[in-house]
Design a protein around this ligand. Structure first.
Ligand code: NAD
Length: 345
């Protein structure tokens, strides 16, 4: 069941610290800042930090256009000593442990942790630092790209995209409603749901089709949607994941047919020109989150004695694509070095 929150809570602006000033951290943080909240960004990627300080802010674009400088407050985990109401975590799954360790010195038991990261594995890590009644999870159908240090591209018009959120203990408190109101003011179109694991897993399954297939073949989502074999490939991944969730007693928030219809709408109508965030990592020769998406589904299957052969296969196929790109990058470096040596000889 989905509860669409229409309660009129007091409009008190909140104090946020964004853990990760990458694509999504910047999008959520800047929109919350524009909605009247106090927002500080915390990041560790030095070229990005240097560029933001040099420029006096971040260049924000919308669909590659209207490039404008936006001032932000930026700190590193070591320099920050604030006390926000809530941390919003937007880092890649494999970065989270490192961030948590470096940020632990400013966490206290009054503060909340909210995240709409993709994949699974992050909640258990957050539980080591925050009590269950202070963790709010969610999912975001909002596309954002970080073209390089110091600039971010919000895909879609203002107000495009939507998101789900649910407290880990499934008991929305005043802070949950305050967050909901601020996200609503920021035009993130939140929906408050009442099944934590079901909400998160439904998005993991969604990503296990689009992110993985587009990344492996380095194609935009529209091309996947136009391929006549897309339905059967998608359905095979969906069926395996849904069979596993049924064994694990996870109640997904949409049926198999609804999930297939959502995938179809997303690739053909909502975002045909967009490349998923996993692809953005691949082309920058960064590791992808595939182990936390298809790999997580396969691992869950193992726990319930179900061999998720297709998810296992595509996890390895994405790793093969990563491996191939790394080899190509090494070859380019070796070629450049040989050329330099020839020139200086
Ligand atoms: P991101 O890669 O843009 O940023 C995450 C962190 O990585 C930041 O600290 C950033 O500074 C750093 N970083 C970025 N580029 C780097 C580089 N080249 N080298 C070293 N560090 C770099 O991540 P994101 O897209 O904001 O994603 C955060 C989470 O949100 C992930 O779980 C992702 O799957 C999820 N998500 C992303 C999108 C999207 O459209 N980007 C949409 C929904 C969910």
């Amino acid at each position: 069941m989905v509860i669409n929150d229409s309660q009129n809570w007091r409009m008190i602006d909140m104090k946020f610290a964004m853990i990760g000033a990458g694509a999504m951290g910047l999008r959520y943080g800047i929109l919350l800042q524009e909605a009247g909240n106090d927002v500080t960004f915390i990041d560790t990627w030095q070229p990005h930090i240097d560029r933001i300080r040099e420029q006096g802010g971040v260049y924000v674009m919308r669909d590659h256009k209207d490039r404008q400088l936006t001032k932000i407050k930026l700190e590193t985990p070591e320099s920050y000593n604030g006390d926000p109401d809530m941390f919003i975590f937007f880092v890649k799954q494999m970065q989270l442990d490192g961030y948590l360790k470096r940020c632990a010195h400013f966490f206290n038991d009054r503060q909340y942790a909210f995240t709409c990261m993709n994949g699974m594995g992050h909640i258990e890590k957050l539980q080591k630092y925050f009590a269950d009644d202070k963790i709010i999870g969610g999912t975001a159908l909002i596309a954002t790209v970080l073209p390089g240090p110091g600039e971010v591209d919000f895909m879609g018009k203002r107000g495009a995209g939507k998101m789900n959120m649910c407290p880990l203990d499934e008991k929305p408190d005043e802070m949950t409603h305050k967050l909901f109101n601020e996200l609503d003011k920021a035009q993130m179109h939140p929906t408050l749901t009442d099944d934590f694991t079901g909400t998160l897993m439904t998005k993991v399954i969604f990503n296990s089709v689009i992110n993985t297939l587009c990344t492996m073949f380095e194609i935009p989502m529209g091309e996947l949607g136009n391929f006549k074999g897309f339905y059967s490939m998608g359905r095979q991944l969906i069926d395996e994941a849904y069979d596993i969730c049924a064994r694990a007693d996870i109640h997904l928030v949409s049926t198999r047919d609804e999930e297939m219809a959502a995938l179809d709408r997303n690739v053909r109508i909502d975002m045909p020109l967009h490349y998923p965030s996993m692809y953005q990592d691949m082309i920058k020769d960064r590791p992808t989150e595939v182990d936390y998406i298809n790999g997580y589904i396969a691992e869950l299957g193992r726990k319930y004695h179900y061999e998720a052969a297709t998810h296992l296969f595509v996890t390895q196929a994405v790793h093969l694509a990563e491996f191939h790109r790394q080899n190509e990058a090494k070859k380019r470096v070796a070629k450049k070095q040989a050329e330099l040596q020839r020139q200086t000889a």
